[in-house]
Design a protein around this ligand. Structure first.
Ligand SMILES: Nc1nc2c(ncn2[C@@H]2O[C@H](COP(=O)(O)OP(=O)(O)OP(=O)(O)O)[C@@H](O)[C@H]2O)c(=O)[nH]1
Ligand SMILES: [Mg+2]
Length: 421
């Protein structure tokens, strides 16, 4: 029945990949209709340089989006741990926030994401000391600096959280309440009442209690997410990620998505769609570079190397991420590496780009119709120029391979069986 199971998973993946690719590509297409029209007009008027500079402007703006995310809550609730796990770092890694010891954080501490340094998680000082006043606290931590707040609480719901939540809301900012350490609650309950133990009921009770307490403070529709910082793939982390995706303005939701840890197939598929939606811009920018000796394709190799590295890193195909994942699931890292077919981040070089482009020539020329339908706006334009077409095809093929590798690695980590063959 192992084979049947493998087949089923393959089918599900193939199906969801297609469906969500088309839906999410639209969702993450980070360009306004006005920008598109300008590019189109420039292309139709033969003003190639104008079109490229518009695309570059849009692409760079996307790359430079800055996001400051505040992590707050009472002392010991797991703020620093959360700041580490969401950045895919272990507590002892370089750049990790200090955790566990007695109260350490007295001033907001910035922790940039290792792959996306424009996304910074701010570890704020703990709340709830006897002279804590939400107003003073928010002034002290310079609340206007943050895009939104994640309030972390554990154990019994404390009023200070509701007061802080209301103060944040009154200042026109968004907050999300994350109830951490639910693993401890479940464990305790299991120990005390094993026979009556019902995980779903306990989680529901915790959620309802948080909602009740926040509503009592005048917050009508509080959003609660139950978490265990050591197992983000369990409980509500995925819902938190999806809520951020829907509530953040476009562009920013893409940035947050790419910075998220690769804990589910769903996140991997969305990341792939987000990257895919940008390939036409990369192809246009790269192909406006000069001719490269020994290569029939005009391209800017630096842009392409960066793009390939970004794919690898965002999908966790670099040594650090793989080591982390292997440790988390108690597997030798070699076992995870064994299912990877494409190069790792550190293996991306100019020579590799040449090789991939050369390999792409045949495929790109054969599949013109596919590309025309796939690339918005400049589809027919691109189809006429082989450099664009080949670059597009190369990036798309590489992205597909990296995304498949990431799926295989994740499945290998969480399951014993090799599913994707
Ligand atoms: N069981 C369990 N323990 C956790 C979880 N998150 C954090 N911890 C532990 O809780 C302790 C406190 O975590 P920290 O991340 O240091 O808490 P903090 O909110 O940053 O604390 P302060 O900086 O003092 O305000 C550490 O021993 C963590 O390992 C969780 O989800 N489950
Ligand atoms: Mg801390």
């Amino acid at each position: 029945h192992l084979n049947l199971f493998s087949l089923l998973i393959k089918l599900i993946l193939a199906f969801t990949t297609n469906i969500s690719e088309y839906n999410s590509m639209e969702e993450f297409t980070c360009i306004t209709p006005e920008e598109l029209t300008e590019i189109k007009n420039a292309l139709e008027g033969g003003r190639m340089a104008d079109a490229v500079s518009k695309i570059k402007e849009n692409f760079n703006a996307l790359d430079n989006i800055k996001l400051n995310i505040a992590i707050t809550g009472e002392s010991g609730s797991g703020k620093s741990t959360f700041v580490n796990v969401i950045r895919n770092l272990r507590d002892e890694d370089i750049g990790a926030a200090i955790t566990g010891v007695v109260e350490t954080t007295f001033e907001p501490q910035p922790y940039p994401h290792p792959n996306y340094p424009n996304v910074t998680f701010w570890d704020l000082p703990g709340i709830g000391t006897p002279n804590f006043k939400p107003e003073n606290y928010l002034e002290d931590v310079k609340f206007s600096h943050y895009e939104f707040f994640i309030i972390l609480g554990c154990g019994r719901f404390r009023d200070v959280h509701a007061q802080l939540a209301r103060a944040i809301q009154e200042r026109g900012k968004k907050f999300y309440f994350a109830r951490s350490k639910v693993d401890t609650d479940l464990e305790a309950s299991k120990k005390r009442r094993l026979k009556a133990y019902d995980e779903q009921r306990i989680l529901r009770e915790i959620r309802e209690d948080c909602v009740r307490c926040l509503q009592a403070e005048g917050i009508s529709f509080p959003q609660i997410f139950l978490l265990c910082n050591f197992d983000l793939d369990k409980y509500d982390f995925q819902q938190l990620q999806e809520t951020l995706e829907h509530e953040l303005p476009s562009h920013k939701n893409r940035t947050v998505l790419l910075a998220m840890p690769n804990i589910s197939l769903n996140i991997l598929l969305k990341k792939k769609a987000a990257f895919q939606g940008e390939i036409w811009k990369l192809a246009a920018l790269s192909a406006s570079g000069g001719a490269v000796p020994g290569l029939s394709v005009a391209c800017d190799v630096t842009i392409l190397m960066k793009a390939l590295r970004d794919y690898c890193k965002s999908f966790g195909l670099d040594d650090e991420s793989l080591t982390n994942l292997a440790q988390k699931f108690d597997k030798p890292v070699e076992e995870l590496k064994a299912v990877i077919k494409s190069p790792l981040a550190k293996e991306i070089s100019a020579a590799l780009v040449y090789k991939l482009l050369t390999n792409a020539v045949g495929g790109a020329l054969m599949r013109v119709e596919y590309l025309v339908s796939f690339i918005p706006v400049i589809g027919s334009f691109v189809a006429r120029r082989s450099s664009y077409r080949i670059t597009y095809y190369m990036l798309n093929s590489f992205l597909n391979e990296v995304a498949e590798d990431a799926q295989r690695v994740l499945l290998k980590a969480i399951k014993e069986i090799e599913i994707l063959g």
